[in-house]
Write a protein that binds this ligand. Structure first.
Ligand SMILES: C[S@@+](CC[C@H](N)C(=O)[O-])C[C@H]1O[C@@H](n2cnc3c(N)ncnc32)[C@H](O)[C@@H]1O
Length: 377
């Protein structure tokens, strides 16, 4: 029965993600490639594994009231996957329960059947937003706090939207890129020499390429620069030169750039819909370290850009630390001023001296950007 087989693959994937820290978006395609499942079943496996991984906390909370003892990892995965099908997918309850029960080892079938029947009949989603929407408490608390100036519902709407899978957008040159990232590239309006300091895998660098532009696409990670090289080749972007270098001291001549893009490493809290397991991996402590790196990259960009040239800063996150606080540090340094002609029209919303893209506004990743000019003299 294909329903049982697909659930067996899904439960196996979930157990590996949980036990050995495998990345869902790498593991699932790999497992499907070596399976003989039909296309429809492959889609089902993907939806169950990604969805259950995202909604892990909510699924655990649905199951927990009925568990009287600790369960082993396979049974845990099966219960989560069952709860996910029952509460978040339109799978008829009897099919969700019987096919999931059929996919677990014989010894556990009676137990999984009893629990899932109770989840189907009596399971209730919690009122606590962090449990109901399945995020770590700290992410919900931080975004509630940081996005409060945009209205009390904004954070929850963003979090709810990031529980929906990302839509796929393909550019004219064949590159898959979120619309939000495309809007960021459009903020760079200078021609001439454009330095992209955090460029790999080259999504924005290849979008920046065009007549009258020479793009230096730098990134600190050599493996990612190789990936960028492939993307430059496959998109046919011209005059884009990849290089491996630390953006905090790239070894380029001061004042050489007409524009510098700093698409900085960040906590990624605006792009959670992209990677189902990201919310469980992101480290709250990392935000302060990332903020310091973002400020250092912007100082370096300030050195590289010519007087009157443009510096564009972007991150795929929604925290105040990585946006407003970084901008405050730039303001304190005094060499960059907001670019008066920068246009943050809808779907951007004003955010400090820059703009914010909320995931719920235009089906993009959540992003923030600031556009500066280097002062003359
Ligand atoms: C948000 S990603 C860039 C995405 C890219 N701009 C695109 O559109 O495809 C951030 C990048 O910053 C790079 N990075 C991290 N620290 C860096 C540093 N000190 N100097 C340069 N790049 C760095 C990471 O390797 C990562 O590729």
């Amino acid at each position: 029965m294909s329903g049982v087989q697909s659930r067996r693959v899904a439960i196996d994937a979930l157990t590996r993600i949980d036990q050995s820290g495998a990345y869902a978006n790498l593991l699932v395609p790999e497992m499907l490639a070596s399976s003989s499942l039909e296309e429809r079943d492959r889609r089902f496996v993907t939806e169950v594994v990604y969805g259950t991984t995202r909604m892990r906390r909510a699924c655990d909370a649905l199951v927990e009231p009925f568990l009287l003892r600790a369960v082993d990892p396979v049974v845990r995965s099966a219960l989560r996957a069952g709860a996910y099908q029952l509460h978040f997918m339109e799978v008829p309850a009897h099919a969700a329960v019987s096919a999931t029960v059929g996919a677990v080892p014989k010894r556990a079938r009676g137990f999984v059947n009893a629990i899932l029947r109770r989840v189907a009949d009596q399971g209730q989603l919690s009122d606590d937003p962090a449990i109901r929407m399945s995020y770590p408490d700290w992410i919900v608390g931080l975004l509630e706090h940081d996005l409060a100036p945009l209205g009390p519902a904004t954070a929850h709407e963003a979090l709810a939207r990031m529980n929906q899978p990302a839509s796929v957008t393909v550019r004219a040159d064949g590159y898959r890129q979120d619309v939000g990232s495309q809007l960021v590239s459009q903020l760079v309006t200078e021609t001439g020499v454009i330095v992209d300091l955090c460029a790999a895998p080259g999504g924005k660098a290849t979008a920046l390429a065009g007549p009258g532009r020479f793009v230096v696409a730098a990134d600190v990670r050599a493996r990612r620069v190789e990936l960028m090289q492939e993307n430059i080749r496959s998109t046919g972007a011209v005059d884009v030169v990849p290089m491996v270098s630390d953006g905090c001291g790239p070894g380029l001549k001061a004042g050489c750039a007409d524009a510098v893009l700093v698409d900085a490493p960040c906590s990624g809290l605006g792009a959670l819909r992209r990677r189902p397991d990201a919310r469980w991996r992101i480290d709250e402590e990392a935000i302060a370290r990332l903020t310091a790196l973002q400020v250092a990259l912007l100082s370096s960009a300030t050195q590289l850009v010519r007087p009157g040239g443009q510096v564009v800063y972007s991150v795929c996150t929604l925290t105040a630390a990585e946006t407003l606080d970084v901008d405050a540090a730039v303001a304190a340094e005094g060499a960059l001023v907001p670019d008066e002609v920068a246009s943050f029209s809808a779907p951007w919303v004003p955010w400090g001296r820059g703009g914010l893209l909320l995931p719920q506004t235009a089906d993009t990743d959540g992003m923030a950007a600031l556009v500066y000019r280097r002062e003359h003299g």
